[in-house]
Write a protein that binds this ligand. Sequence first.
Ligand code: NAP
Length: 183
Amino acid sequence: MRIEGYAVVGDDDRIADATGGMPSVLKNEAEWAFFQAGLDAADVTVLGRASQDATPNPKRRRRLVMTRSVRDVQVDGATVFWNPAGAALRHALTGFPVPVRHIAIAGGRDVFDHFLAGPCRFTTFHLSRVHGVNLPGGRGVFGAVESRGLSAAQVLTAAGYVPPSPMALDDGVDVVSWAPGSL
Ligand SMILES: NC(=O)c1ccc[n+]([C@@H]2O[C@H](COP(=O)([O-])OP(=O)(O)OC[C@H]3O[C@@H](n4cnc5c(N)ncnc54)[C@H](OP(=O)(O)O)[C@@H]3O)[C@@H](O)[C@H]2O)c1
C-alpha cells in the first residue's frame, strides 16, 4: 500500500492560521497543481472531518473521512466515514467499490499524526513550504509542533523519516518528500 501525505506550511510549520482556516498566503498555483496531481494518482483521499466540511469535492474523488462521530465505518456513496478506534484501515477501505492500493493523506494535523508511525505509516510525506510566511498561533502540521515546539523536520526525523533535497515548485515554494529510512 502506498500511503502518501501532502501538507503545505509556512516557515513555522503551520498548516492553518490561528482561526483554524487555511490562509491565502499558503496558497500557490504550482503547489496546488502538485497536490492535486497527488490526489488524482491515488485511489482514495484521506482527510479529517473538518477538512471534509471545509473543502468541496468537485472531482467527486473517493474520500475516507476520519471522525469520532461514527463507531467504526459508515459508507455514504463515494465517502466513507471512519473511526480508527473502531475499525482498522484495511476494513474501512473495503467500503469503497474498488481495490485500494494507494491512498493520499490530505490532513489536517491529527490525521497526519495518525499516519506518522505504526503499520500504516507514510511511505512518503510531501512537505511543501511557502517561504516567508508565518502563522503565529496557527495549527501545526503535527501535534508536537504546537505541544512541544518541535519543527516538522524534528518530528519526521524522530519518527524515522529522512529527507531528500528540496524540489523547487515555484519562486519561494519547494517540497521535500520525506521517506522512511532503512533501520
Ligand atoms: N496546509 C495544509 O496542508 C492543510 C492540510 C489539511 C487541512 N488544512 C486546513 O486545516 C484546517 C483543518 O485542519 P484540522 O487539523 O483543524 O482538522 P481536520 O484534521 O481536517 O479535522 C479534524 C477532525 O478530524 C477527525 N479526526 C482527526 N483525527 C482523528 C482520529 N485519530 N480519529 C478519529 N477522528 C479523527 C475529528 O473529527 P470529529 O470532530 O468529527 O470527531 C477531528 O475533529 C482547515 O482550515 C484546512 O483547510 C491545511
